[in-house]
Design a binder for this molecule. Structure first.
Ligand code: PLP
Length: 391
C-alpha cells in the first residue's frame, strides 16, 4: 500500500455552472434584520402559525405509521383533493392518476418542469421582474433566458414585447399571477391575449400560481386551467406553503396534461422521487374543507388594508396591491438612495427590512421601488408602521 503524499491532497477546481448566483438578497436582508433587530418585512413568509388542526392531522398521520415512501406522484387522496379543488374553482378536470403530481414545494415543481422540457439552446421567456429561481433553473437546463420586461410603472404584461421575443427556438414562457414582487394580477383579458398569442405555436406555459388564493377586491384568480388553449400546454404550479401558512413544509403540486405530466414525472422520479408522506395525508384531509382557502382573500385583504392605511401617512408612493402578500412602494419622495442602499438604510436606521425590486431583474434595474411583505401578525405590521411613520 502506498502512503498518500499529503502535499498532493487537493480539492479539484470547480467551474461554476451558475456564475451569476451568489447569496440571495432575501438571505442578506433577513440576516441584517436579525442582526439589527429590525421588523422583517423582507422575506415572504408568515410570522404567525398555521391552523393547529393541520399540525394535529400531521401528528395523527405519523402516529398511524404513515411514515414510509408514498407513491412517486403523491398520495392518491391528496391528488384527488387537488383535482376536485381545481375543477370546483376553475372548471377544468385534471385526472388525479396521471395529471397531478405532488412536489417538494413550488420551487421543485418549477425546476422539474424546466428540466423536463428545456433542451440545451432552447429559449425560455421570463417576464421581469421575476422570482429568483426561474433564471438559474433555465440555465441549469442549458436553456437561453429571454428576458421581457413587464411594463415599467404598472407591471402589466406587454404583449407586443412578448410577441416580439417569441421565436422558433422558444420552448416555454413562464408567467406568475398573482405576481411576486409587484402584486399585480393578470386579468381574464390578459390570459385570453396570451392564449391567442401561443395558439399557433408549440410553446409550453409554466404558470406559477402559488399566490392563487390571495386575490383582492372581489377579483377572481385567472388560472391557466380556465383557458383550454393554455391548459393544454401548461404546467400549473401551486404551493401549500403559501395557502396554508406552512412555507417550511415545502409541499406543492403541478397540474398538467397527461403527456406533459408523464415527462414531468420522469424527472421528478430522479430528483426527489417522493414527497413527505404524513404531510400529504394531513393536507388531503384538511382540503376536504374549502373554507380555509376561500377565506384567505379576506384574511390577507385586511392585512393589506391595515398596512396601506399606515403607509398612506408616509411619503412613500403606494403601488397597487391586487394580489399576493406584497406591497410595493416608490421611495423617490423619501430618499435619494438607490433601492439596494435604501433597503439597507431602512433596515439599519428605521428598523424595517424590505427587498429592493432590482433583486428581481437580471441587470439590477433600479426604479426606486422596494417590496414589503404583509404576511405578518397585525401587531408586527403596526410595529413596522410605527417605525415607518417618521418617513
Ligand atoms: C412566485 C413564487 N414562486 C414560487 C415560490 C416557491 O414556493 P415554495 O416555497 O412552495 O417552493 C415562491 C416563494 O416565495 C414565489 O414567490
Amino acid at each position: 500500500m502506498t502512503t498518500l503524499d499529503t502535499a498532493s491532497v487537493r480539492t479539484p477546481p470547480l467551474q461554476t455552472k451558475l456564475p451569476a448566483v451568489g447569496t440571495t438578497i432575501f438571505t442578506v436582508m433577513s440576516a441584517l434584520a436579525a442582526e439589527t433587530g429590525a421588523v422583517n418585512l423582507g422575506q415572504g413568509f408568515p410570522d404567525f402559525n398555521c391552523d393547529p388542526k393541520l399540525v394535529n392531522d400531521v401528528t395523527a398521520a405519523m402516529q398511524q405509521g404513515l411514515n414510509q415512501y408514498p407513491p412517486m406522484a403523491g398520495v392518491p387522496a391528496l391528488r384527488e383533493a387537488i383535482s376536485r379543488k381545481i375543477e370546483a374553482l376553475h372548471g377544468h378536470h385534471y385526472r388525479a392518476a396521471d395529471e397531478i403530481t405532488v412536489t417538494a414545494g413550488a420551487t421543485q415543481a418549477i425546476i422539474t418542469a424546466i428540466l423536463a422540457i428545456v433542451r440545451p439552446g432552447d429559449e425560455v421567456i421570463v417576464l421581469e421582474p421575476c422570482y429568483d429561481s426561474y433564471v438559474p433553473n433555465i440555465e441549469l437546463a442549458g436553456g437561453v433566458v429571454v428576458r421581457v420586461p413587464l411594463t415599467p410603472g404598472t407591471f402589466r404584461p406587454d404583449f407586443d414585447r412578448i410577441a416580439a421575443a417569441m421565436s422558433p427556438r422558444t420552448r416555454a414562457i413562464l408567467i406568475n399571477s398573482p405576481h411576486n414582487p409587484s402584486a399585480t394580477v393578470w386579468s381574464q383579458q390578459d390570459m385570453l391575449r396570451l392564449q391567442e398569442l401561443l395558439a399557433p405555436t408549440d410553446i409550453f406555459l409554466i404558470s406559477d400560481e402559488v399566490y392563487e388564493h390571495m386575490v383582492f377586491d372581489g377579483q377572481t384568480h385567472q388560472s391557466a386551467a380556465r383557458f383550454p388553449g393554455l391548459a393544454a400546454r401548461a404546467f400549473i404550479v401551486s404551493s401549500f406553503g403559501k395557502t396554508y401558512h406552512v412555507t417550511g413544509w415545502k409541499v406543492g403540486y403541478v397540474a398538467a396534461p397527461a403527456a406533459l405530466s408523464a415527462e414531468f414525472r420522469k424527472v421528478h422520479q430522479f430528483n426527489v422521487f417522493t414527497v413527505n408522506t404524513p404531510v400529504q395525508h394531513a393536507l388531503a384531509q384538511y382540503m376536504a374543507d374549502p373554507k380555509p382557502y376561500l377565506d384567505l382573500p379576506a384574511f390577507y385583504q385586511h392585512k393589506r388594508d391595515l398596512f396601506r392605511a399606515g403607509l398612506a401617512r408616509t411619503r412613500f408612493k403606494l403601488l397597487p396591491s391586487e394580489g399576493s402578500y406584497f406591497q410595493c412602494v416608490d421611495i423617490s419622495e423619501v430618499s435619494d438612495l438607490g433601492e439596494a442602499d435604501f433597503a439597507q438604510w431602512l433596515t439599519r436606521e428605521i428598523g424595517v427590512a424590505a427587498i429592493p425590486l432590482s433583486a428581481f431583474y437580471g441587470d439590477g434595474f433600479d426604479q426606486r421601488v422596494v417590496r414589503f411583505c404583509f404576511a405578518k401578525k397585525d401587531e408586527t405590521l403596526i410595529a413596522a408602521l410605527d417605525r415607518l411613520a417618521k418617513l
